[in-house]
Design a protein around this ligand. Structure first.
Ligand code: DI6
Ligand code: FE
Length: 409
């Protein structure tokens, strides 16, 4: 029998209901499981039966008495840095106005841009820290944050800088995404193509030069940008060696998902209006389908994303909160896991994989995070729960007992 070398172990978590989220069994579940850490990496996964007889003296041992242990949760799509509030739009929509009507009348994203441009970096950081803290409290250890409420070089970079600072201030891995192609700013009104040129010539190169963006996103829809405009942004991003993702098929089908897949995008997000061609293209490119059930519910949409088709074509499905002031001011990833099940018909296992393994892939982190597997970062949550289905089956009740991020950045 193979003997396990435990000499490098610094911590052993035993007697766990281990939801590794790795491929294989449902949830990657190992009942009575154990996981050993060596510094900031996962060194070993096993059970009581194959645990080594001796451990180094310096190895801490945690008997978690059957508690659920999962990878740290990952929210792979947020816009968490903004100033101002759009509660009036919520009232307008309850009276019958649509999200698109409000955007066309000059409200929507444009109003948040005005407030965000006026806010200092320090003010934005204070606002965002309070929002991010909610996610940390519910077991999120990695979060993606998009710009997109600055819409000029200085303000887009300001937002990305706040995002980077946020990650250093909290025990949180932050991935930043430049979303300058979110809306046409007032100074470019009626000149969307000129704004795209400004993004490609100025904003994108500046963000890349300062190392502020891990990826580039765009908003492809009737109220956003056309596929041809998105393509120009993607070409520039690729030239600068930045990964791409896309807001696609939210209110209409623009063949955005196929465009994203053509550019080997990490993800295409929203997808309520996704069609078969889009699904097939995503399947081939292994582009993750990021579903945002909170935005769907908040906007009281009725067209469901084609979940069964995504399953049949084995497109990885991630779930994210889309936290933003206009279409999803709902600061909880766990709520989105719940809504993914009740609104979109996902299983509780799909909901968990959607905020772990598949969310990691949507951020280009699949080799480092998202599952409990040897060699990955020690980035774990020990829950006050006994089964992984509990995370999606209820809301606001399941909380981390301990978040373990041993020296992870
Ligand atoms: N993501 C977005 O970027 C817009 N919709 C979405 O789901 C919402 C942005 C906003 O209304 O502020
Ligand atoms: Fe979004």
């Amino acid at each position: 029998m193979e003997t396990t070398d435990s000499s490098s172990w610094t911590r052993l978590i035993r007697n766990a209901t281990l939801a590794t989220c790795a491929e294989g069994k449902p949830y990657g579940l190992i009942p009575k499981g154990a996981v050993a850490l060596a510094g900031n990496r996962i060194a070993w996964i096993g059970t009581k039966k194959n645990m080594p007889a001796t451990l180094p003296k310096t190895c801490a041992v945690n008997d978690v008495r059957g508690a659920l242990v999962t990878p740290g949760l990952i929210d792979c799509h947020t816009h968490m840095i903004w100033a101002g509030s759009r509660f009036r739009e919520f009232e307008q929509r309850l009276q019958g106005a649509s999200y698109e009507d409000i955007a066309r009348a000059g409200g929507g994203i444009a109003s948040t841009v005005t407030a965000t441009r006026a806010a200092s970096e320090a003010d934005l950081l204070t606002l965002a820290l309070a929002r991010a803290a909610k996610y940390v409290a519910e077991g999120v250890t990695t979060i993606e944050i998009k710009s997109g409420y600055g819409l000029d070089k200085d303000n887009e970079l300001k937002i990305l800088r706040v995002a980077r600072t946020l990650g250093k201030r909290l025990s949180l891995t932050v991935r930043t995404t430049l979303l300058a192609a979110h809306a046409v700013p007032p100074e470019f009104q009626g000149r969307a193509d000129d704004y795209i040129k400004c993004i490609c010539d100025e904003i994108l190169p500046a963000a890349a030069a300062e190392g502020l963006a891990d990826a580039v996103d765009a908003y492809c829809d009737n109220i956003g940008f056309t596929p041809a405009q998105v393509e120009r942004v993607f070409a520039k991003a690729t030239e600068l060696k930045l990964a791409v993702k896309l807001h696609a098929e939210q209110f209409s089908n623009q063949q955005g998902a196929a465009l994203a897949a053509k550019h080997k995008a990490l993800s295409a997000d929203h997808l309520e209006h996704l069609d078969k061609e889009g699904v097939q293209a995503m399947a081939v490119a292994r582009t993750v389908a990021v579903l945002l059930p909170g935005a769907y519910a908040y906007l009281r949409e009725t067209k469901l994303p084609p979940i069964e088709m995504l399953r049949v074509h084995r497109v990885p499905i991630a779930i994210a909160s889309d936290l933003n002031p206009g279409s999803a001011p709902l600061a909880s990833l766990q709520l989105n896991m719940h809504l993914a099940c009740t609104q979109f018909g996902l299983t509780t296992e799909e909901a968990l994989l959607g905020v772990t393994r598949h969310a990691a892939r949507a951020l280009g982190l699949r080799k480092e995070r998202g599952t409990i597997e040897r060699g990955k970062f020690a980035d774990l949550v020990i829950w006050n729960a006994e089964h992984p289905a509990e995370l999606a089956a209820q809301f606001g009740l399941i909380r981390p007992a301990v978040i373990l991020r041993e020296g992870a950045s």
